[in-house]
Design a binder for this molecule. Sequence first.
Ligand SMILES: [Zn+2]
Ligand SMILES: [Zn+2]
Length: 209
Amino acid sequence: MPLVVHPSSTCDVCLESYATENDAHPHAIPCGHIFCRVCLVTVEPTNCPLCRKAFNRERIKKLHVDRPELDMESDLLQRVALNFDALPPTKAQLSIDLGAWLAGRPEDDHIALRKAWAAFQVYDTLSERKAHDKQKIKRFERMLAQRNEENEYDRDTFKAVESSLLAQVSQLTAYVLLLSVVSSLTCAVVSRLGRLQIWRLKSTPSDSS
Ligand SMILES: [Zn+2]
Ligand SMILES: [Zn+2]
């Protein structure tokens, strides 16, 4: 049976919990005491922080330890919870790790992790749809702005046509007014001439007497 590190185990120097990979993995020195690698490569002088026995940094040994099952599960659960909005590569890696860990495990087991993962995937689909909808809305907004611009143009054209028509109408009105003035003047002149004619006829002496 492999040596197992309990989730609550911490390095006695920095008090950080041991991780399964990287420098936070437990390391042993010849006196048999265990610390994280970060602390062992930085401690000055090179004496064991617990028993004070001198050690050589080159003789630091990485311990091959497993984490208990529950710890792996809670680790994955934590990664699911923290990566809802992570970048695609992180999500892809999480999907691979989770798939590998769940493969071959009974379907009715690890329910919390399975449910969290299902929620994660639903959220992922919804965020993708949201991004898609956002693009669609932007497209509609652009179309609307363009349509408004065209309407503005149409309104300007309409206004120009309208004012030119109005100008023509007022010209016509003036012309009609002028015509009526001219025609009434003509009438007046004609009737004056008529009266003059009658008067001249009356005042001409008659030769037949
Ligand atoms: Zn440490
Ligand atoms: Zn020691």
